[in-house]
Write a protein that binds this ligand. Structure first.
Ligand SMILES: Cc1ncc(COP(=O)(O)O)c(C=O)c1O
Length: 416
């Protein structure tokens, strides 16, 4: 089995398993599509890569070279961005529970936009910005009160969400407070309705609410937004449908709605930002495992145990995520065995894929799990003291190591 021009069995031999493989060609193609069909097609727009989906120094450098902005959610992500040479002025800093030290780090680093989630944060930020003689550009994270069709753990736009301000609190309290603050420059509004959305309904419903909020704010305070940030959430197909969802399927209806709203308006249309994470990286990545055990239990179920699982991919257990699995050396063999691919952790829920059709496998065979690029490396852990796999990038058929495998002593480095 090949992956972007590289022989998977040879890569498994060279780097060991489990192994994260990421196609730089695919990432750059996705960024190219975003530029062609969004930032260059529509004036006054920008795309910020939601780096929580997969953040490594090399990934940040690739995103930088493609000219995208960077969405970050913690002091650690800001620090990594700076270490990778990314301009903090092009960072968008999110979070519903930013610490005082993270706010200070963001202000001191010159982070361009901070998305403020709540009034406490607003007050702290204003005080800190005033102390520094600065005026920080911010957006408010607004919870538009729409339910998205996705797993509840990645749905964020509903009224009882932990994220952001309600529309009413934004209009009645947050905006007038921000407009009176010397350390705050309120640029606009941000919403993010959820992740892994396969269609646009909730985005468009949220947008209607945001646009009417903006006209209400204009009428009440004479304030006009300079930016609308529509968040991310643009989904990918994990298993089944091989057809890629185009970025234009998501952004064209969004832009039509915004442009329509500003068509007869005296104000110029604000900057429109999107924050794709998963859409850029999910299908660019795969994980390769080695088969360690094969057994049929007393109920007749075939289990194939691999050398990774929950520590490198918690998504199956967290969100019931489904993945496509391929047999690396037996790619063309008949796939006639219904197999459950089990992870190696001491948890019954540590399953990589349930009931997938695979050939008869033996220990030493390799399996490739597809579309694992998003939220796997970044959510990985050392559960059961298992080291994180290395990340190998593939470009034009050539492989290069970008993150080393964590060994036993790496896992003990902070222990006294
Ligand atoms: C504020 C914000 N923007 C963007 C994203 C990226 O989402 P996705 O990876 O689904 O595009 C997230 C994900 O949680 C988010 O919370």
């Amino acid at each position: 089995m090949m992956f972007h021009g590289c022989d998977l069995a040879a890569l498994a031999e060279k780097y060991g398993t489990p192994l994260y493989l990421v196609s730089e060609d695919e990432i750059r193609e996705r960024c190219g599509e975003i530029k062609r069909d969004f930032t260059e097609k529509y004036e006054n727009t920008r795309a910020a890569y939601a780096s929580k989906a997969f953040q490594t120094l090399e990934m940040i450098r690739i995103i930088d070279s493609e000219g995208l902005s960077l969405d970050v959610v913690s002091g650690g992500e800001i620090y990594a961005g700076i270490k990778a040479g990314f301009d903090p002025g092009k960072m968008v800093f999110h979070g519903n529970s930013k610490t005082k030290s993270e706010i200070a780090e963001a202000l001191d680093a010159g982070v361009g936009t901070i998305v403020v989630d709540n009034l406490t944060e607003l007050e702290i930020m204003n005080r800190m910005a005033c102390d520094r003689g600065m005026k920080q550009e911010i957006l408010f994270r607004v919870t538009p009160g729409v339910d998205s069709h996705t797993h509840k753990f990645i749905s964020t736009g509903q009224l009882d969400s932990k994220f952001g301000f309600s529309i009413q609190e934004t209009a009645d309290t947050a905006v007038p407070a921000a407009l009176a603050m010397d350390g705050i420059d309120l640029k606009g509004m941000h919403y993010h309705v959820g992740s892994q959305l396969l269609e646009n309904t909730s985005h468009l419903m949220a947008l209607d609410k945001i646009l009417s909020l903006l006209s209400d704010l204009k009428a009440r305070y004479g304030w006009t937004a300079r930016e609308i940030n529509c968040g991310g959430g643009f989904g990918v197909h994990y298993a089944g449908d091989p057809e890629r969802i185009r970025i234009s399927d998501f952004v064209d209806p969004i832009m039509r709605k915004i442009d329509d709203a500003y068509k007869d308006c005296v104000d110029t249309r604000p900057l429109v930002t999107i924050e794709p994470g998963r859409w850029i990286i999910a299908e660019a990545g795969i994980t390769v495992y080695e088969v360690c055990s094969v057994k049929t239990n007393s109920a007749g179920k075939v289990y194939v145990g691999v050398d990774g699982g929950f520590p490198d991919n918690p998504r199956t257990e967290l969100y019931n995520a489904e993945y496509e699995v391929e047999a690396v050396e037996k790619y063309y063999a008949p796939h006639d065995v219904k197999t459950t691919v089990a992870g190696k952790c001491c948890e019954s829920g540590d399953i990589v894929a349930y009931d997938v059709m695979l050939p008869t496998l033996e220990p030493g065979d390799h399996l490739a799990v597809l579309a694992t690029g998003a939220y796997n490396y970044s959510m990985s852990s050392n559960y059961n003291r298992i080291g994180r796999p290395p990340v190998v990038m593939i470009k034009c058929g050539k492989d290069r190591l970008t993150v080393k495998r964590e060994n036993y002593s790496d896992m003990l480095r902070n222990e006294i």
